[in-house]
Structures are given as structure tokens and as C-alpha cells.
Design a protein around this ligand. Sequence first.
Ligand code: ZN
Ligand code: CU
Length: 529
Amino acid sequence: MLDIKIEGGTVIDGTGAPGARADVGLVGDTITAIGDLARERAGRTIGAAGLTVTPGFIDIHSHSDWRLWANRRAESKIRQGVTTEVVGNCGFSPAPVSDEFREEMKGFALYLPPGMDFSWRSMGEYLRRYEEGGVALNVVQLMGHGTLRLAAMGFARRAPSARELATMERLADEAMAQGAAGLATGLIYAPGSYATTEEIVAVARRVAACGGFYASHIRGEGATLLDAVSEAIRVGREGGLPVQVSHIKAAGRPNWGKVKDALALIDAARAEGLDVMADVYPYTASSTTLRTLLPDWVLEGGIDAMLERLRDPAVCARVRAEITGGGETLMRGLGWEDIMVAYAPSRPEAQGRRLSDIAAGWQLDPLDACIDLILAEKGKGYMILFQLDEADLRRALAHPCVMIGSDGSSLAAHGELAAGKPHPRSYGTFPRVLARYVREQQVLTLETAVRKMTALPAARLGLADRGVLRVGAKADVVLLDPERVADLATYEDPHQYARGIEGVLVNGRVVVDGGEHTGALPGQVLRKS
Ligand code: ZN
Ligand code: CU
């Protein structure tokens, strides 16, 4: 007797194999039968005629660790078919925290929902506290190198002392033992950007000893892209661990076309025997904090020190000279009209508009308008940068070692989580790949796209029992309509759930039923064992 029978769908198992008509039977949280199950009785039968049945999607690059605290239902992600989110990316995770630098950590956090008070220290303590509230989908936690560095030495802009490095190594050992899946750097973000390659290699070796992997928002995604990819590969070679190049891209028009060269570096590393892969989101705009436009020395000492500094006209003049002088900042190759303010709740009139336009309205120079917003939001304001090339994106999507990751968060189209004009990737990533790049443009087949959302990230994470539909695997399952599935979120109107994701099961329990959220919270923290 089955608990649930999914009947009459086309099963795409995640391995890349062609889809085939089959029923799927579950008992508890496990798939126990696949095939013709017409004779099997079940507690509930879910009709899947005309639908495609796939493994639950694994979002290999997410920032939901902050938002899930206030969004246990994981609305915008679960409605895309995401059943596991990998969080702690780009150098930020909410743990570990040290007593000495707890306040700095609160300033560093981008979003502080109720409950996220940093009263924990270790990763283990954090994950226990987090898990108490329940969550709709599964979570894999990475430890952020920026967080680790902050806990050991605050926002100091220098190499760690021997003692500080030893602290980082000890914290890394501890976090890995308590369930972290690996290490994530954000090498354009202070304080992570203050680290040398040697420092990262030292921490990576400890992570390697526990079987973890290294994910990196690399040190440059524009003019220095290839050096930055090489640095990530070097960490893998010298640290002895797998490498995941996060959200691969070539930013800024002068750099368009370089994704091909970045992928060639990855291919060469793989030919050398290194395990290097990448992920990508299906959009030609990126998104990050407004403060990232500034040179990283502005953040020395932390957020309060930054805000203090930005009130000094001499500092602003120096920032201007670096940005307009073609220095290696995020602005290189970009114009103010390419930057849209996404989230600045204290200046709602700015949200959804370009910085050039906002500045004209305020009768300010665009950089001054930008600094105004950074100050008003205490460094937590967000922007969207229209700076990527469609051909680069297609090339990344088609590469066999590139998987899909949203770089977004679980949001919700109601209440506080619907604030501002965030990047639509938080609502649309996975359906957009299936609609635009599979159905419309045929950049990849449906089976290949599903593999990039399931078995490929599962392999990267070492999740032996997820990411495929087979007997014995955990029952994370998506029912989707391949003709209807589509993203509806746009830059102008981002808080729109995707269409055509008809059913989602997490650990054998139904979370999306007929396109609607059931309120079930069957997710788990998947600790590295
Ligand atoms: Zn990033
Ligand atoms: Cu990220």
C-alpha cells in the first residue's frame, strides 16, 4: 500500500535520460516504486496526465538564509519547484558569530527578520535554532568566509595574524563538523575581499578534510574575470577540494564574450583532473547591494565606519576619482542609466528607477544620489545592474558543467517580503529556463535542463539520495506542465509567482497542490554527514 501515487505523468528522472510514461509511488518520505502502478492501492492518488514529473529542483546558489526566517513557507521558491536551497553563498552566512564582533555581524547582515538576533555562536547552534521554526523546503548550509573572517578579526583590512588565522581554521573545522556543506567566498565584498588567496587556501584545506566544497563569488566578473576564475581553480588545486564558480558571467559591455574563455579555463581544469563546475541564472541583469559600487576600502572597520566616512566630502571625492578614473570597481564599463534601485524602503520613490533618472529628479550628481541612498539605508539598499550579454548567458546555460542557481531568495508576493522591486530571479529562475531557454529558444532539451536543476547540483553536494527519481530516493518531486510553465516576474513587476508548477512534494509531503501552497513545512536541514 502506497501513501501517495502520482499517476499518468511523463517521468524525467534527472539523469538526462529521455522522459517516459510512468507512475511514481511513495511510502513516507521515500520513492518505493516507479512504473505501471495501476494495480497498487494508495492513500492518495495525484493525477499527472499531461504533466511532467521530475525530481525537486535544487537551487545551488541561494541567499534565502536571511529571508526564510520570516518566510517559512518559502513561497517564491517552492512555487518554482525548488525543494532544496543551498544558502550561505557569496561569503555571507548567519553563523558562526563571535562575542567580540556580534554587533559588526548585525551591521553586515542584509536583512534582519524577527528571531535573527545572532544570539548563537556556532553553526550547530544556529542550525538548531533555525530548524525549530520549520520550513517548507530543505536547506543546505554553506559557511561564509566573510562571516568566518568577521568572527575572527572584524572588518580589519589586512592579513590575519597567525592567531586570527588559527581561529578561522578552528571555526571552519567546527562548522563542518556541525553540518556545513562547504565554504563560500564573496571576494568582491568586504571583509572577504581583504583576504589573499593563501588565506582562502588555508581555510579551504580544513573544509577539504571534511569532504566539503568551495563555492566562490570570484574576485572580479568584469575586466579581471579570467584571473578571478584562475584564482578559484587555484584554491581547488591547492586546497584539495571541488570548486563551484558561482553565477558565472562577464559584466560590462567591454567584457561581453568572455564567458567562453572562462568556461575554457574550467574545461582545462577538469582535463587536469580537478572537479570544477559553475552555475548561472537566466537573466542579463545582476543584483547586489548599492554599497558594492564603492571601493572596498570604504568598508574598513565595518558598516558604521563606512557610514561615518561617507559623510566626509574628502572621502567622497576620493571615491569619485576611483570610480570615474576607471579603477577596478563594479562601475567599470557601466553607466548610471544601467543601474536600477531595487530596494530602498526609506526612499520608495527611487525603487524601480535608474540612478541617472533619480539623480536628475533630485538635482544631484548620480554618485551623490547613490551615496545618499547608501546612507539612508545604512548600507542595506539594493540595486539591479543591466550589464550582461544574452549570448554569454546562452553559452553558459548550454555548457555541460553549468547548473542553474537563482542567486535570489525565498520571497513572497504579500506583506513585508513583497517590498521594493527585487530582481525577478527570486520568483522566476527555474520556470524561466524551462520556458524561455527550453521551450522557446531550444538552447537545451527539457531533460538536460532538468538535470542541471537536479542530479548535477545533487552530485556537487554529495546528496546521494536526492536529485533523481529512482526507487530508494527521497521523495522530493515536481509536477509541471511543460507547455504552460513560465516565469511571470519582471523587473518592473517582480512579485509574481511562476506559472505551470502544479505540484511540489518535499520529503514525501505535498507542499504545492494544484498550484497552491498547502502550508506544509516538511523541509529539513540536510547536514553533511
Ligand atoms: Zn554573488
Ligand atoms: Cu550570491
